[in-house]
Design a protein around this ligand. Structure first.
Ligand SMILES: Cc1cc2nc3c(=O)[nH]c(=O)nc-3n(C[C@H](O)[C@H](O)[C@H](O)COP(=O)(O)OP(=O)(O)OC[C@H]3O[C@@H](n4cnc5c(N)ncnc54)[C@H](O)[C@@H]3O)c2cc1C
Length: 447
C-alpha cells in the first residue's frame, strides 16, 4: 500500500464531460472526473473493450493515482512486484547494472513498482469506472467536432454534446488533427517491437529459464540495434517478452505476425538464454514503433477541448512510461476539475492542464528517445565507456541506466500528479497562470 494519497473532492458545479477513447488514459480520466462529481460519457470506437495481450509496467506516480481513484486494490490483486531491474550484457548475459525496486521504491517514493497484464489493468479501470457511474458507449468512432458547442459526431452519425471534450484517442488521434488544423502524425522511429507472453510452467522445465521465473525481476539485454525486455506476470504464471529490433515492416503495415525463426536468426549471436526463451513463444506480433514531436498546443482557442495521453505525446516504450504519462495527465485534469467553480473557468483549466503537463511529457518523450541510443550501442569505445559508468557504485547523475540515475529517477518516479493540480489551482486562484517548464522545475535532471 502507498502512503495515504489525496482524495478527489466533488466540485461545486457539475459538468457534462465527453471522453473520447477508452484506453488506459481515457478510463483513468473518466474515473477521476466522475469522482469530482461530473457526468462522464466515454466514446470508444471499438466494438468491445479491451487491451492488447501484453504486459505493462506501472511506476510509483501511477500507482499513487490508482490509489486515489480507488482502482489500486484490483490492480494489486493482479500485479507482480519485481525486485529489481537487471541489465545484462547482450553477449554473455552478465549483469552490467542493477536498480533495486523492493524495498527501494517504497522507502524512497512511498509506493510500489508493478507489473500487470494489460487486460487485467484495463479491466480494473473499467470496473471502477462503472462503479462510479461512468457511461461507456462502444462502436462510437468520433469523426468530427464542433468546438464552439463541444459537440462531437461519430462515424455512424450519432451526436454527443457536453461542456468539455477530452481526447484520449491514441496515437492516430482524430481530435489532434482538428485541434491543430492539420495532420501532425507521429513519425516512424526505425524500430519495431515483438510482443509475446510465455507460459511460465513451460519455462520451468529448463534450468536456465527456471531462475528467471523464481525471482520476479525486470531483465534487459542491451545490444547492437536491439534490446530485449522480460518480466513475470499474473502471479508468476506467465512471462512477458518484448523484443525491440530494426523496423522491417512493409511501408503501410503497422502490425504483423512475427515468427520464432526470425527471432532466432536475429539473436543468434546474443546470450544463448534468449534463444531458449524464444523457442517457447507460441505466437508473436510485431508492432511498428512511433514517436512524436512536441505539439504546438493540446487545446483549441475556440472550444473546451483538450487532447491527452498518446494523442498528445506518443512515445517510444524505452522508459516504460507512455501510459504513466497518460495517467498523470488524467490526474492533473481531474484534480483541477474537482475544484472548478463556474463554467467560465473551463477553458483556463484546460490550458492550465496543458501548461502543467506538457513540459514533463515532452521530457519523457525525449528521455525515451535518448534511451534508444544508449541501449542499442554497437561494441566499441562508446559502449565500453557506457558500461564503465554503469559499473560505478553508487550510480551518479547521468548514469546510462536512467532508472538508476538518482536525479532522473527522482524526476520520473517522484512526481505527485494530484499535488501538481493543487499547486496549479492555487496559483490560478492567485491570478497567475503557471508557466511551468522543465528548466525551472527540474534543472538538475536535464538530459
Ligand atoms: C511495446 C510497448 C510497450 C509499452 N510498455 C509500456 C509500459 O511498460 N509502461 C507504460 O507506462 N507505457 C507503456 N507503453 C505505452 C502505452 O501503451 C501507451 O502510452 C498507452 O497505452 C496510451 O494510452 P492512451 O489511453 O493515451 O491511448 P490508447 O491506449 O491508444 O487508447 C486510445 C483509445 O481510443 C480509441 N479511439 C481511437 N480513435 C478513436 C476515435 N476517433 N473515436 C473514439 N475512440 C477512438 C482506441 O480504440 C483506444 O481504445 C508501451 C507501448 C508499447 C508500444
Amino acid at each position: 500500500m502507498t502512503v495515504s494519497q489525496p482524495t478527489i473532492s466533488k466540485a461545486p458545479i457539475t459538468l457534462d464531460i465527453l471522453v473520447v477513447g477508452a484506453g488506459l488514459g481515457g478510463m483513468t480520466a473518466s474515473i477521476g472526473l466522475a469522482l469530482a462529481g461530473h457526468n462522464v460519457t466515454v466514446l470508444e470506437s471499438a466494438h468491445q473493450l479491451g487491451e492488447v495481450g501484453a504486459g505493462i509496467q506501472i511506476p510509483p506516480p501511477s500507482v499513487k493515482i490508482l490509489e486515489t481513484i480507488g482502482a489500486l486494490d484490483e490492480v494489486l490483486e493482479k500485479s507482480t512486484l519485481p525486485h529489481e531491474f537487471q541489465i545484462h550484457s547482450w553477449k554473455d548475459g552478465k549483469v552490467i547494472s542493477k536498480q533495486n525496486l523492493v524495498p527501494f521504491t517504497m522507502d524512497n517514493y512511498h509506493s510500489h513498482y508493478l507489473h500487470i497484464h494489460r487486460a487485467d489493468y484495463h479491466h480494473a479501470l473499467v470496473d471502477r469506472a462503472q462503479e462510479v457511474g461512468v457511461k461507456i458507449v462502444l462502436n462510437a468512432r468520433v469523426n468530427h467536432i464542433d468546438f464552439e458547442s463541444a459537440t462531437v459526431t461519430t462515424l455512424n452519425g450519432e451526436v454527443f454534446s457536453g461542456d468539455v471534450v477530452v481526447g484520449y484517442d491514441g496515437i492516430k488521434s482524430r481530435l489532434r488533427t482538428f485541434i491543430l488544423g492539420y495532420e501532425d502524425l507521429p513519425y516512424d522511429t526505425g524500430d519495431l517491437a515483438y510482443r509475446a507472453i510465455l507460459d511460465a510452467s513451460e519455462m520451468k522445465h529448463y534450468p536456465e529459464l527456471a531462475s528467471l521465473c523464481k525471482n520476479p525481476n525486470i531483465h534487459f539485454w542491451w545490444g547492437p540495434d536491439c534490446h530485449v525486455v522480460l518480466y513475470m506476470l499474473q502471479g508468476g504464471n506467465t512471462c512477458n517478452v518484448v523484443i525491440l529490433t530494426p523496423d522491417t515492416l512493409p511501408k503501410d503495415v503497422t502490425v504483423q505476425e512475427g515468427s520464432v525463426e526470425e527471432l532466432l536468426e536475429l539473436f543468434k549471436d546474443w546470450d544463448p538464454i534468449l534463444s531458449s526463451v524464444f523457442k517457447l513463444i507460441h505466437s508473436t506480433s510485431k508492432w511498428r514503433l512511433q514517436n512524436s514531436q512536441e505539439l504546438k498546443t493540446w487545446t483549441h482557442e475556440k472550444g473546451n477541448v483538450i487532447i491527452l495521453g498518446d494523442a498528445a505525446h506518443a512515445t517510444l516504450p524505452y522508459l516504460a512510461s507512455g501510459a504513466s504519462q497518460a495517467l498523470e495527465d488524467a490526474a492533473v485534469l481531474s484534480g483541477l476539475f474537482s475544484r472548478i467553480e463556474s463554467k467560465d473557468q473551463i477553458h483556463d483549466l484546460l490550458e492550465l492542464t496543458e501548461s502543467l503537463r506538457k513540459w514533463r511529457s515532452t521530457q519523457v518523450v525525449l528521455g525515451s528517445t535518448q534511451c534508444r541510443k544508449i541501449y542499442h550501442m554497437h561494441d566499441g569505445p562508446e559502449q565500453e565507456l557506457r558500461d564503465k559508468i554503469l559499473a560505478e557504485s553508487p550510480p551518479k547523475k547521468g548514469c546510462p541506466n536512467r532508472w538508476a540515475d538518482p536525479v532522473f529517477q527522482k524526476f520520473l518516479w517522484g512526481y505527485e500528479a494530484f499535488h501538481e493540480a493543487e499547486r496549479g489551482w492555487e496559483e490560478y486562484k492567485k491570478g497567475k497562470m503557471a508557466e511551468y517548464t522543465f528548466d525551472n522545475l527540474y534543472d538538475d535532471a536535464k538530459l
